[in-house]
Design a protein around this ligand. Structure first.
Ligand SMILES: C[S@@+](CC[C@H](N)C(=O)[O-])C[C@H]1O[C@@H](n2cnc3c(N)ncnc32)[C@H](O)[C@@H]1O
Length: 339
């Protein structure tokens, strides 16, 4: 099918079809690469995830079916939030400006864009960011977004974890981070070790290195009550749970093989947590989050502008971190401002 660029039905319908010499050569080349261990997805350049056909290159991890558990967990939580918002709205006076914000999500280490695209596909109103440290991965994810007509829906950033993203802003920080330890390298399949990007698979000597940096960053990026959703492995499950002490509603979910696969944790409200949280300072943007009364997008933008055009010396320490805060008007990112 790959050699002929056709589907299975065509092959069944044309059993008499003979390969041309050029097709024969391509077929032989593909077979030789596969025999040498190259994953089939890097040969064909495609992998399906959440029903979406994704382009994959050796610059990105091949999306795995178990990562769909992460998407499922987020969708369940979002439907809970939307239900809560609907009930809340029903009890509120209909002023036209009190609607809560759309769900804000960031996918950290997006790779091919698998998680971000699946969520953008399922949640057309969500505001979605996706980051990766690899420029090549961001390029592949961007191509995938364009192929599925989701480019205007996802903001891609090449950055280290959550660096440069606004604090106390996201409802969800989601990640399938590298989580294999270099000490476990021998137990990893040869195809993975040899062909998939090393920084997508290995986190460092123990496997926890990226997650250990991500958890405190997520605490800053999430609004109080927001969720951290991580893909993990059974090997690191206990240690991840330890790192999440101080968070609320910490849960480990198992995959179909009964292996702990998804860690969920909720950011506590500031006073409850005892954890340093710049989002708890008296910035009016964060105060809006604390009261749960979101003003209109215009008002948010005006508040931000007033805040950011104040003399630099008058900024609170937490405000200095508000670099590149996106200003969204009418649902579109119109500017990035520098505090
Ligand atoms: C396990 S792959 C996950 C890819 C994709 N999300 C998926 O589920 O198929 C991990 C991704 O994290 C990226 N990554 C590794 N270290 C990172 C860092 N410090 N900041 C941002 N991304 C990072 C890698 O480039 C890779 O694309």
């Amino acid at each position: 099918m790959f050699t002929l660029g056709c589907d299975r039905a065509y092959l069944y319908a044309h059993p008499e079809r003979e390969l041309t010499p050029d097709e024969m050569r391509r077929y032989d080349e593909a077979l030789a690469r596969r025999a040498a261990g190259t994953p089939a997805q890097y040969i064909t350049g495609h992998q399906e995830f959440w029903g979406l056909d994704l382009i994959v290159s050796p610059a990105v991890l091949i999306p795995r079916p178990e990562t769909e558990h992460v998407v499922e967990a987020v969708l369940e939580l979002v439907s809970g939030i939307e239900l809560g918002q609907k009930q809340d709205q029903d009890q509120r006076p209909r002023t036209g400006v009190s609607a809560p914000h759309e769900v804000r999500i960031v996918d950290v280490g997006t790779g091919s864009g698998a998680i971000a695209l699946a969520l953008a596909h399922e949640l057309p109103a969500a505001q979605i960011f996706a980051t990766d440290i690899s420029a090549e991965a961001i390029e592949v994810a961007g191509i995938n977004a364009a192929r599925h007509d989701l480019s205007s829906h996802i903001e891609f950033r090449q950055t280290d974890l959550l660096e440069g993203l606004p604090p106390a802003w996201f409802d969800f920080v989601i990640s399938n981070p590298p989580y294999v330890g270099e000490s476990e390298e021998d137990s990893v399949q040869m195809e993975v070790r040899k062909f998939e990007p090393r920084n997508a698979v290995f986190a460092g000597p123990t496997g926890l290195e990226v997650i250990a940096r991500l958890i405190p960053q997520a605490l800053i990026a999430l609004r109080p009550g927001g969720w951290l959703v991580l893909e993990i492995s059974g090997t690191i499950a206990d240690r991840v749970q330890n790192l999440l002490s101080g968070w609320r509603e910490v849960t480990l979910r198992k995959d179909l093989q009964g292996i702990a696969r998804v860690a969920l944790a909720r950011k506590p409200a500031g006073a409850e947590s005892g954890l340093a949280d710049p989002g708890d300072e008296a910035c009016r943007v964060c105060a809006r989050e604390e009261t749960g009364r979101a003003p209109s997008l215009h008002k948010q933008a005006r508040t931000l502008l007033a805040h950011l055009t104040a003399p630099r010396t008058e900024c609170r320490p937490s405000c200095r971190d508000r670099r590149n805060l996106p200003i969204r008007l009418m649902g579109t990112t119109t500017a990035f401002v520098d505090c």
